[in-house]
Design a binder for this molecule. Structure first.
Ligand SMILES: [Fe+2]
Ligand SMILES: [Fe+2]
Length: 204
């Protein structure tokens, strides 16, 4: 069937040129405009760091992955319900010209949207979001924080249901399985990225 949307898109590209992807600075400004809570801002930066590392690991675009990490929860503080988040954010991002891949990944990080995670960027985001939060929660109860953290301490806490009980163990498990890498490898990967960024994340 003839796709008029695609034709319109190509005509616009011919007239206006390729749509410009917003910069990291613009993304941070957008995050700060909507998110005032310090911990939520830090969560955005943590997931951004993991996403950039994920892009590097899979030979993908680091800036694009970074944007998905940075903005996946930017609407959450203002629009926290399952009817709003991340739907409202997705609409705002579309208006601002954020690429489809980034927005699809952001929609897919919330399993209740039922948006399938078909791309590596979407799989990386889903596998990194809750796990980053969990690793940071584990770090916060350790005297040495992230220093010397082993995957075994993360796995032990994952089994202990009373610890960080709002973090969905099922999402973490499914996320890593969808990414198709061994659980230990991904946990080690996330710990390492967060260790490397401990200073900027306020976890040193
Ligand atoms: Fe979210
Ligand atoms: Fe998140």
């Amino acid at each position: 069937m003839f796709d008029f949307h695609l034709l319109r898109k190509y005509i616009l590209i011919v007239i206006e040129g390729e749509p410009r992807i917003p910069t990291r600075e613009e993304a941070v400004a957008l995050l700060f405009e909507y998110t005032k809570t310090e911990s939520l801002r830090k969560h955005a930066f943590a997931v951004e760091a993991v996403m950039r590392a994920c892009a590097k690991k899979f030979g993908e675009d680091e800036d694009l992955y970074g944007l998905a990490g940075l903005l996946h929860d930017f609407d959450y503080e203002m629009y926290p319900t399952v009817e709003q988040h991340p739907y409202v954010g997705n609409k705002i991002l579309a208006e601002k010209g954020y690429p489809e891949d980034v927005r699809q990944a952001i929609m897919g990080h919330a399993p209740y949207t039922k948006v399938p995670r078909e791309t590596t960027i979407a799989k990386c985001l889903f596998a990194s979001d809750e796990l980053s939060g969990f690793v940071i929660a584990v770090a916060l109860v350790r005297p040495t924080r992230l220093d010397g953290m082993e995957p075994s301490s993360v796995k032990k806490k994952l089994k202990y249901k009373a610890f960080a009980k709002t973090v969905s163990r099922e999402d973490i498990r499914n996320g890593i399985a969808e990414l198709g890498i061994p659980e230990d490898e991904h946990i080690v990967f996330v710990i390492k990225v967060l260790q490397e960024n401990a200073g900027t994340l306020g976890l040193a």
